[in-house]
Design a binder for this molecule. Structure first.
Ligand code: NAD
Length: 280
């Protein structure tokens, strides 16, 4: 069997072009504040992409490049100012933050209706109670890509590898909400292959190049690779793509899978945030 490739870039481009037409003639444009602290090269690339996409789609965007030594208090003050600005509907603080800044505190200083990353405790709590309004963009991207395969989610065995608050846990919650039987594996899981071989849907969000090998994957499975790693001078995922595609039914490539879809979902969340602002 050779897997069908789930083309995240193509699906994302379609969503972005729909967003573009939707706001083309509207008086108000969705506005996004992008906050970057320091000069982590990967973070700079992600923020550049988000800014570029905002411009392409016709959203308003303000970018704040802050010194890596900024104090926690000054960062809180900036977010407080952004919270008050009516033309900025969404606020995104690019993670990770420098070690002297408490990420949890900063994330939670964003007003819930402007939390387009869906990382505040309230947004994550809403997800747990099946009331998500602004869910984390990567998790939404993963669900969208699984649904695009058309094999369904209800009643399926879904295995999520990785339990981070921003990817693994939200993905697991969203799959549970769609009535999958969900298993979460992590760094302390003994013999993860025992679980992955039973997975109809396998989502990998670990950050280890080509961790998932062909013999760990069930024939015909839908495999979603969230990982972004540098190996052998290129970007690769957490799945050994070349070999796993021989057994999987559907698979996302890296790059060109979850990455572009995450940005499309972020743009959708920003539009949702603008709609929410009208109701407040
Ligand atoms: P994280 O470091 O916060 O979490 C990694 C998780 O993997 C942890 O829960 C850990 O328990 C688990 N883990 C570590 N080693 C393991 C092993 N050997 N077997 C099983 N589980 C193991 O990372 P994260 O923020 O969740 O990101 C994961 C990956 O996804 C990274 O490569 C990151 O760059 C990528 N990512 C991509 C996007 C995107 O838009 N495509 C968005 C967010 C994160």
């Amino acid at each position: 069997m050779t897997a069908k490739i789930i083309d995240g870039k193509k699906i994302a481009d379609k969503i972005l072009s729909e967003l573009k037409s939707k706001i083309k003639n509207s008086k108000q444009k969705p506005g996004l504040a992008l906050v970057l602290v320091g000069n982590n090269p990967a973070s700079e690339i992600y923020v550049n992409f988000k800014e570029k996409t905002c411009k392409e789609v016709g959203f308003y965007c303000e970018r704040f490049n802050l010194d890596k030594n900024i104090s926690e208090l000054d960062l809180l003050k900036l977010i407080n100012d952004l919270n008050q600005k009516p033309n900025l509907h969404g606020i995104l603080v690019q993670l990770p933050l420098p070690k002297h800044i408490n990420e949890h505190l900063i994330t939670n200083s964003i007003l819930p209706h402007k939390d387009v990353d869906g990382f505040t405790s309230l947004s994550l709590g809403n997800l747990m109670s099946e009331n998500a309004i602004l869910a984390p963009a990567t998790a939404r991207a993963v669900l969208h890509l699984i649904e695009s395969a058309g094999t369904g989610i209800e009643g399926k065995n879904a295995v999520v590898i990785g339990r981070s608050n921003i990817v693994g846990k939200p993905v697991a919650m969203m799959l549970l909400e769609k009535n999958a039987t969900v298993t979460i594996c992590h760094s302390r899981t003994k013999n993860p292959a025992e679980h992955t071989r039973k997975a109809d849907i396998l989502v990998v969000a670990v950050g280890k190049p080509r961790l998932i090998k062909k013999d760990m994957v069930k024939e015909g499975a839908v495999v979603i690779d969230v990982g972004i790693n540098r190996a052998d001078g290129k970007i690769v995922g957490d799945v050994d793509f070349e070999n796993v595609k021989e057994v999987a039914g559907f698979i996302t490539p890296v790059p060109g899978g979850v990455g572009p879809m995450t940005i499309a979902m972020l743009m959708q969340n920003t539009l949702t945030a603008m709609e929410l602002a009208k109701r407040i």
